[in-house]
Design a binder for this molecule. Sequence first.
Ligand SMILES: [Fe+2]
Ligand SMILES: [Fe+2]
Length: 140
Amino acid sequence: MSRLEQLITELTTEHTEQLKKVEDFKKRMEEGLTDELIEEILNFLKTEVENHALKEEEDLINEIEKVAPDFDTEAIIFGHNTLREAIEDLEATYEEYKKGKASEEKLKKFINQVFIILKDHFIEEENFLFPDLKKYDIEI
Ligand SMILES: [Fe+2]
Ligand SMILES: [Fe+2]
């Protein structure tokens, strides 16, 4: 297995693990949105999800540049920045919520928004980016 193929396998496994955690967070949110749960979600987004994004921006792009120098890697970073902005918006809303300036409904909406963006991003990578990269890999 090439390094690129190995990386794609690892990244896909991380997607599955992270989406499982998202489903678990959603279930717990239905039972009640506690500060502890919100902080756990934010921590997950800022560590696990961010580390996954960095692995793609550093390790994956590094491998892509070796096998396909013409490949458009900007799209990968663009997708991550969209996600990062949504996480920043969520953090800002959580700060408002703590001051009593944002409702629980609004906060839930922002959390769900981040989860949707995350899931869509993973699906896009698995359905388009990764298969495209595997094609290059075979040609090399
Ligand atoms: Fe990504
Ligand atoms: Fe990914």
